[in-house]
Design a protein around this ligand. Structure first.
Ligand SMILES: [Zn+2]
Ligand SMILES: [Zn+2]
Length: 254
């Protein structure tokens, strides 16, 4: 029981750190250039993602930019409106891998992110990163906790990331004219990513909360990075995309 509790607590920490790196680095900084990170924080995020997720950043960026290019229409790599909610929530990783491994997507959506010397030596090797991550858990906590944390973290990271695409395009508020949704509860456990309707309305904003009542812990982290000279914010006021304030879209099935 003690080992299980310890494993759950460590898993929550590892997953939350991985999601923080995902939203601040992969999503807001790399995919949308909403902020520019300093060298130290960039390297820290790259290492965190490498050992905790095995994600290759330019693949994630390519899949995500394609999602913005074809949001909820044919061509979207992971739309619960085009596909089904269950497929995106529970099998997003397969759809992600299919889109991430398509050279045409990488050539079109991530041509500004060619592999550098660090990618060639380390970060392009997901299994090496994950192996180091599991090895660290083994050394620090022993084999049983390492095994449990690996399983719990993998499941929770995949489910929470998928929830942004599945729940975040199905349930919640739609103040702006897109099919994505805002959910404060989801934002609380995904460092702000749950404010997904806001994000589709203003993708270049590094702040995802647009009202006092909305929670974006990722923005708080960015402010800390800015204070220590590790982040430059592109826009102080969110810039809405054309049509964002039009009458909200209605789903045909609703
Ligand atoms: Zn979306
Ligand atoms: Zn985005």
């Amino acid at each position: 029981m003690y080992l299980l509790l310890k494993s759950v607590i460590i898993s929550i920490v590892v997953t939350q750190v991985a999601i923080l790196a995902t939203t601040v680095y992969l999503h807001r900084a790399l995919s949308h250039r909403a902020l520019k990170l300093g060298k130290a924080s960039t390297m820290a995020f790259r290492i965190i993602l490498w050992v905790s997720t095995g994600i290759v950043p330019r693949e994630w960026v390519a899949v995500h930019r394609k999602h913005h290019a074809y949001t909820d229409v044919s061509g979207d790599p992971h739309s619960p409106i085009v596909e089904t909610f269950a497929l995106i929530q529970f099998a997003n990783v397969y759809l992600y891998r299919k889109a991430a491994k398509d050279p045409a997507n990488l050539a079109k959506y991530a041509k500004d992110l060619p592999p550098d010397k660090w990618d060639k030596a380390f970060f392009n090797k997901p299994l090496l990163g994950l192996g180091i991550g599991i090895g660290l858990l083994l050394v620090l906590f022993g084999p049983m906790v390492a095994l449990l944390v690996s399983i719990i973290h993998m499941a929770s990271y995949l489910l929470l990331s998928a929830a942004v695409n599945a729940i975040g395009h199905t349930y919640g508020d739609r103040p702006y004219n897109n099919f994505a949704t805002n959910n404060n509860w989801l934002a609380l456990i995904t460092w702000g990513e749950g404010l997904h309707n806001n994000h589709h309305a203003a993708p270049t904003s590094s702040k995802l909360s647009f009202k006092k009542s909305q929670i974006d812990p990722g923005w708080w982290a960015i402010r800390v990075l800015e204070t220590i000279g590790q982040a430059k914010i592109r826009l102080r006021v969110p810039k809405l995309v054309a049509g964002a304030l039009d009458v909200p879209l209605e789903l045909e099935s609703q």
